[in-house]
Design a protein around this ligand. Structure first.
Ligand SMILES: NC(=O)c1ccc[n+]([C@@H]2O[C@H](COP(=O)([O-])OP(=O)(O)OC[C@H]3O[C@@H](n4cnc5c(N)ncnc54)[C@H](O)[C@@H]3O)[C@@H](O)[C@H]2O)c1
Length: 458
């Protein structure tokens, strides 16, 4: 790998670590990725992404070819660089509290390696962690294993990540902001310098604060976004009970109010992905331990969990009993353009459909290999949308893939046993589907027993 004074290392090559590594390398900054997963490392060394993320494969291929990116399982690789980002997973423990075991182990292994290094090294916690983690957990481990005090020779910063799967590369290259929570001025200056080099004079708004505030910024962002989704789903459920009302019209109108904003007002099956649920649980748990119960976020989570039941209820209303009915689930990934199924709403819906005796067949353009690791043969899988709905009693749209948008009413009519459609993502125009048994989240029917007749704001 090409090395210069700005070379960096990244520990944990998952969605965040690998996208961060690829974008650093794309800016000419020598990058070493370190992961404990040998297979993953081998794949990355060949320039092949072990996960689906638009643009990532091409970027990785170029970076490896240009010798700007290498991957290894050997932590001593970090000593050839000046800055190490920690991007390992921080999942939920059993009680919802944050599980820091990966972060602790990665810090121990990094600390051991850095003991042999001469010269200043900056450690940056990019994983999402509860406030106090860098100062109270990472700092003592680092000091213990490097035998160096955090300060003049060893820097420590928090630098939470805000990228979104599906647009991760673009988000990493053009973030809305950068938040640096620094233990001292030297580490803040070092990380700011690296950011300046990365963004080549077009530095996004930069917030420099202490590590605790930086971590709370991350949780506050995710809690706000998750709450916005549960809010619009609540309005959707009220709209759905109200003949002639479409939540899309309501969302569009309220979104024009600058105080509210138009983004994250799409009603649907509830949020998924690796972050919102886990981070809300960690925040609730952290706050409760400190003596404050954030009931708003409890309600956000409860609303989200119950949204799956709403989707299944819609199918049940169309079909009567679900027992022995063939239900086609279109989309498994938690959103389009990713193969990530973590906390996907589709799994909550599938679980409930199966409990009610339905036979589930599912399709997703990217996520079936991951889904099989969790569901194995509990459901059937199809190779394309049309073979999924063939002979089905009901189709449930769970992910907003472009490929699914292309299905026409005639496809559902000609392939399905009965064209019952539950559009949990609201991807179709109800006017086009008025001759079919079409229901969508947040769409109030004009005649509860008849087909849909409500027109939608585009
Ligand atoms: N995925 C997102 O969209 C997203 C967005 C913003 C922030 N985050 C946060 O970033 C962090 C990473 O998330 P992710 O989705 O990339 O996780 P991930 O599960 O996709 O990847 C984690 C990687 O860390 C590796 N790892 C685990 N223990 C290790 C160790 N001791 N040493 C080296 N490598 C180790 C794993 O093998 C894996 O490759 C989390 O804290 C998450 O909350 C995620």
């Amino acid at each position: 790998m090409k090395r210069d004074t700005h070379s960096i290392s990244i520990i944990g090559l998952g969605y965040v670590g690998l996208c961060t590594a690829a974008t650093f390398a794309s800016r000419g900054i020598g990058t070493i990725g370190i992961d404990i997963d040998h297979e993953r490392v081998q794949q990355i060394r060949k320039g092949k992404a072990p996960l689906h993320e638009p643009q990532l494969d091409d970027m990785l291929k170029t970076a490896v070819k240009n010798k700007l990116l290498d991957a290894t399982t050997d932590f001593s690789g970090a000593t050839d660089t000046n800055t190490t980002f920690l991007t390992v997973g921080t999942p939920s423990g059993r009680d919802g509290s944050i599980d820091l075991s990966f972060l602790k182990q990665a810090t121990i292994d990094l600390g051991r390696a850095l003991r042999k290094k001469h010269g200043y090294h900056l450690v940056v916690v990019k994983s999402t962690v509860i406030p106090g983690t860098p100062t109270n957990i990472v700092n003592p481990i680092l000091e213990d294993f490097t035998k160096t005090k955090v300060g003049p020779s060893l820097g420590l910063c928090a630098n939470p990540e805000f990228l979104k799967e599906g647009t991760a590369i673009n988000d990493a290259l053009h973030p809305d902001k950068i938040v640096i929570g620094a233990s001292d001025k030297k580490s803040a200056d070092r990380l700011t310098g690296l950011c300046k080099r990365f963004y080549r004079g077009k530095l996004p708004p930069l917030i420099i604060t202490n590590p605790e505030s930086a971590e709370l910024v991350k949780y506050a962002s995710n809690a706000f976004l998750a709450t916005k989704i549960s809010f619009i789903n609540t309005i959707a459920n009220i709209a759905q009970q109200t003949p002639g009302v479409d939540v899309g019209t309501v969302a569009k109108a309220i979104g024009l109010d600058a105080r509210i904003g138009e983004l994250f007002l799409k009603a649907g099956p509830g949020y998924g992905g690796s972050c919102f649920h886990k981070d809300l649980q960690a925040l609730i748990n952290y706050s409760k331990k400190n003596g404050y119960n954030p009931v708003l976020f409890q309600a956000t989570e409860e609303t989200n969990e119950k949204q799956a039941t709403r989707i299944v209820d819609m199918a049940e209303k169309l079909l009567g009993s679900l027992s022995d009915k063939k239900v086609a689930v279109l989309g498994l990934a938690f959103k389009k353009d990713t193969d990530d199924i973590r906390e996907a709403a589709s799994f909550r819906v599938i679980g409930q459909l199966r409990k009610k005796g339905a036979q589930v067949i599912a399709y997703d353009p990217m996520a079936i290999p991951n889904a099989k690791k969790v569901l194995s043969d509990q459901i059937d899988y199809a190779n394309n949308p049309r073979s999924t709905i063939k002979g089905a009693d009901c189709a449930v749209i769970m992910t907003e893939w472009e490929q699914l948008r292309k299905l026409k009413p005639k496809d559902f009519r000609s392939y399905m046993k009965t064209p019952n459609i539950v559009d949990a993502r609201r991807i179709y125009d109800p006017e086009d589907f008025r001759e079919l048994n079409y229901v969508a989240v947040g769409l109030g029917q004009r005649n509860p027993t008849g087909p849909q007749q409500v027109s939608r704001v585009p």
